[in-house]
Design a protein. Structure first.
Length: 183
């Protein structure tokens, strides 16, 4: 069979796309060029993206966002932290903190318009997210529901909880390749 030069180039491009897209990224940073959080080793990490793009640039740590939550309410923030927990049912929310310790303060991350989710096994991943910060009080019923899905909440005497939430438009997760500790 005789192939033209254009056909050979098309075939080569198709092979690159076919085999190149199925290889997990082990690059220490994302396509945005943002550095990986320093808490984990950058060797042998898988980087996945969920939702829209995450901006490059300096991100705030979760603790800094929590300290300024009222002033940041309604504003877009770029935040880095550790995924402490994720919804065990669908991955429709995650908790982000400065570490995996359940007693440390954290914030809940939901996803804009319920349009994307994160893997249910995201806990332990390092995350870089972009979204809008909000502060609100959860009813006892809402707090009970979230606690039933694995959320860590600090409750008032009446069962309600003050929540700092970021409604994310994009999430970048970094986690060790399967079978590696990443530390």
């Amino acid at each position: 069979m005789c192939y033209t030069r254009g056909m050979r180039l098309s075939l080569a491009a198709a092979l690159v796309l076919l085999f190149g897209c199925n290889t997990p990224s082990t690059a220490p940073s994302s396509t945005t060029g943002a550095p990986a959080p320093a808490a984990k080793s950058q060797a042998a990490m898988v980087v996945t993206h969920h939702g829209g793009p995450v901006s490059a640039g300096a991100a705030q740590r979760v603790g800094d966002v929590l300290k300024s939550a009222d002033a940041l309410a309604g504003k877009t923030v770029l935040v880095e932290g550790t995924v402490r927990a994720a919804c065990s049912k669908k991955g429709c929310w995650m908790e982000l903190a400065d570490g995996a310790d359940k007693s440390a303060a954290g914030c809940r991350v939901t996803f804009k318009d319920y349009s994307f989710f994160v893997p249910t096994d995201s806990a332990g991943s390092e995350a870089r997210i972009e979204g809008v910060a909000n502060v609100r009080v959860l009813s006892k019923e809402e707090a009970d529901h979230l606690a039933g899905e694995g959320a860590s909440l600090t409750r008032a005497a009446d069962g309600t909880a003050r929540e700092v939430r970021i409604v994310a438009t994009g999430v970048e997760l970094r986690r060790p390749l399967p079978g590696r500790s990443g530390t």
